[in-house]
Design a protein around this ligand. Structure first.
Ligand code: FHN
Length: 698
């Protein structure tokens, strides 16, 4: 049953990647119940906050250079278009004579790092361990060393957690598809992607069986269309079955939203998001995530890469990430001989010197309790049974001896101490109208980042944060329930008539129900004073679109598809299109419409959709390029996914009476790739492709 559901779920994809891979339903179904509570597994990881990423392999031997070009690194086989046979010759000569995993671990520890994630196999397919699945591994090198095994033992000796980076994409394995566009000489004849998935699973099994407890599986290279969410869920389940406590990143599945690294939404597996080379601007409350970043420009060693980030920038990034509740995975690309570049060593030592004295403000802390970041720096916090430690990281030491902390009330403040000095350095403070100020010495202990520790007792600190408005739904048919959240020590007053909330407005305790369209406006108050900006949220009572009688000549089973030729940059108004359209007949699976990838075309897709009950329906329209979805006799715009873009999904909500509703979907493809998928969710149900039985057309 599960396989059918999952393959039906995937059916709408443009490539219709329904898999023939026979999943073990026991494993996939079982993993829901074998899951140790994520929190229990994530505890060490949230405490750690800081890890070392290592990109190392045959590509390191080329040092970023090929044919006079110096802009390469771990992608060099593709970026320099090196034929397989030529690239594979590197294997025999790979001999990291200076590889000393103990030295790597000692340096990581000195840097204040708590875990290491190393590339077991990058996209080039070379395996840094002796794999029984392939000859393209360390056994064929001059060194013949189990590089991963040595690191696993060293990590254990030094008390470091260990993670395996493993690339799903594999430019070497004959069964991996697709081939690189430039590899016209490498036929894909006989390639069987399911056989490649078996190979991938067998190698992951080796990595999670032969090296003792592994703490993280860091998958990558999941973005190509051949890899599906079904494969991802099965691979996640395999990892958890082999090592139930292992943490698996979100790149095992298809949920990563690009370099932002965080999931597109529910339904994808993965224990943490993976922003890359960036820090999510506002942090992500309630989401585990880890920013991975290079120290210079490239992940793999590139001799010409001189764009090394400064100690200050790396330190500020670590603090910024921690202040937003994330982990920082900082990368080193070792040289071919196994040594770390001296520039990397210098930076790791500098970060370690800071972490040794001030790391308590990073390890095991939670995100800043403030709504915004400070101009002068960042905050982190750690709560305990008696109160909380609030750490203020001052990047820009004030010229005057005062540091203003907007939004912080001094209630419950027991002590203020400047850390990093030879002896505890107590600081004075005083309350302000909208916050407080601290009195600092002229000299700062550290050149780049200084830490003030504020000890609060009781439920403190009281931070003047704006309220959060949570609701069952913003658009409803009969009613919706709303709850307002404020930080400890604050009261919330709100209005529903659009007026400004005052201390005399109703105070929010618990939740309340809305039965009419209105705007909720809320504000935090402390000791009767307004102490936050006003937040507001509109709630709309919808009248269901009336159902219509299905015309006698309507046929169930799909929507009528008409194709128009032309060059479009936005969803066209086809009713007045000069050319006669080509009638493509009735289709239910829009991803399977013939010649969908034909360039310079538009489709007008019409008919009726059946709502099994009156209620709120969610629609998700995925397209490359633009598309719009309209419903009802009034052709109300439900989803607007217009424009020239790659595969992207927009959603919308429609209140529908039980029965049939007119549909008009218009889509166009300019040039390049194409995609079209329509999913919907009945009230309280999950999104799924629209079934043929729910569609009709003339
Ligand atoms: O293509 C890889 C890249 O080489 C590197 O491994 C990074 C590190 O996260 N991940 C992919 C790019 O997103």
């Amino acid at each position: 049953m599960l396989r059918r559901t999952l393959s039906v779920f995937l059916l709408g994809l443009a490539g219709c990647q329904g898999s023939t891979h026979s999943p073990d339903p026991r494993i996939v179904e079982g993993f829901e119940y074998a899951l140790a509570p994520a929190d229990a597994r994530m505890e060490w990881w949230r405490e750690a906050r800081f890890g070392l990423f290592i990109h190392w392999g045959l590509y390191s031997m080329l040092e970023g250079e090929w044919d006079g070009g110096t802009g390469h690194a771990e992608w060099i086989r593709t970026t320099a278009q090196i034929p397989l046979e030529e690239y594979d010759q590197l294997q025999a000569d790979f001999n990291p004579v200076n590889y000393d995993p103990d030295a790597w671990c000692r340096l990581a520890k000195r840097a204040g790092m708590k875990y290491i994630v190393i590339t077991t196999k990058h996209h080039d397919g070379f395996c840094l361990w002796p794999s029984a699945q392939t000859e393209f591994d360390v056994e064929g090198t001059a060194a013949r060393r189990d590089l991963l095994g040595e690191l696993a033992e060293a990590a254990r000796r030094h008390g470091l957690r260990l993670g395996w980076y493993h690339s799903i994409m594999d430019w070497h394995h004959p069964d991996y598809l697709p081939r690189r566009g430039w590899e016209s000489d490498r036929s894909s004849e006989g390639a069987d992607f399911d056989r490649y998935v078996d190979y991938l699973r067998a190698q992951v099994t080796e990595l999670l069986t032969d090296y003792g407890p592994i703490d993280v599986m860091w998958f990558d290279g999941e973005w190509e269309a051949t890899w599906t969410s079904e494969y991802g869920r099965e691979l996640y389940a395999l990892c958890r079955e082999l090592q139930p406590q292992v943490i698996v990143n979100n790149r095992v599945d298809k949920g990563r939203a690009g370099m932002a690294g965080l999931d597109k939404g529910p339904g994808f597996v993965g224990d943490f998001g993976t922003p890359e080379q960036e820090v999510p601007a506002g942090g992500l409350p309630g989401v585990d995530w880890e920013t991975c970043m290079t120290m210079n420009r490239y992940w793999g060693w590139n001799r010409a890469d001189t764009q090394w980030k400064s100690d200050a920038e790396l330190l500020h990034t670590l603090i910024d990430v921690a202040s937003k509740g994330g982990n920082f995975l900082l990368n080193v690309g070792p040289k071919p001989d196994g040594s770390f570049p001296p520039q990397a060593v210098e930076r790791l030592e500098a970060m370690g010197a800071w972490m040794e004295v001030l790391g308590e403000s990073i390890y095991g802390t939670q995100a800043s309790p403030f709504d915004a970041t400070f101009e002068w720096g960042r905050a982190t916090m750690r709560r305990d049974h008696e109160g909380a430690d609030l750490y203020l990281h001052v990047f820009d030491w004030p010229r005057t001896p005062q540091l203003i902390v907007p939004g912080l009330d001094q209630a419950g403040l027991e002590s203020a101490t400047l850390l990093g000095t030879d002896a505890p350095y107590p600081l004075g403070w005083q309350g302000l109208e909208q916050g407080m100020q601290l009195f600092l010495p002229k000299r700062k202990p550290h050149p780049h980042a200084n830490v003030i520790k504020l000890r609060f007792t009781g439920s403190g600190p009281v931070v003047y944060r704006k309220p959060r408005i949570e609701a069952e739904k913003d658009r409803f048919l009969k009613a919706t329930r709303v709850r307002l959240y404020a930080d400890p020590g604050l009261a919330i007053h709100y209005t529903t008539d659009g007026s400004e909330p005052t201390v005399d407005s109703p105070e929010s305790v618990g939740s309340f129900q809305l039965t009419e369209t209105c705007t909720v406006r809320a504000r935090s108050f402390h000791a009767g004073r307004p102490v936050s900006e006003i937040v507001e949220r509109r709630f709309e009572k919808l009248t269901p679109l009336p159902a219509v009688e299905l015309p006698a000549d309507a046929q169930p089973g799909g929507l009528r598809v008409m194709r128009y030729g032309g060059s479009f940059e936005q969803v066209p108004e086809l009713r007045f299109h000069a050319d006669r359209p080509e009638d493509l007949g009735q289709h239910a699976d829009l991803g399977a419409i013939p010649l969908l990838s034909k360039e310079n075309q538009a489709l007008e897709i019409t008919g009726w959709i059946y709502a099994e009950q009156t209620g709120l329906y969610r629609f998700a329209l995925t397209s490359d390029d633009g598309s719009t979805l309209r419903l009802g006799t009034s052709e109300e715009l439900i989803v607007d996914n217009d424009g020239l873009h790659g595969a992207a999904t927009e959603t919308g909500v429609a209140a529908l009476e039980q029965g049939w509703h007119p549909v008009r979907l218009v889509w166009f493809n300019a040039t390049g790739s194409a995609a079209l998928r329509l999913e919907w969710a009945a009230p309280m149900r999950a999104l799924r492709p629209v079934a043929a039985s729910e569609l009709a057309s003339r």
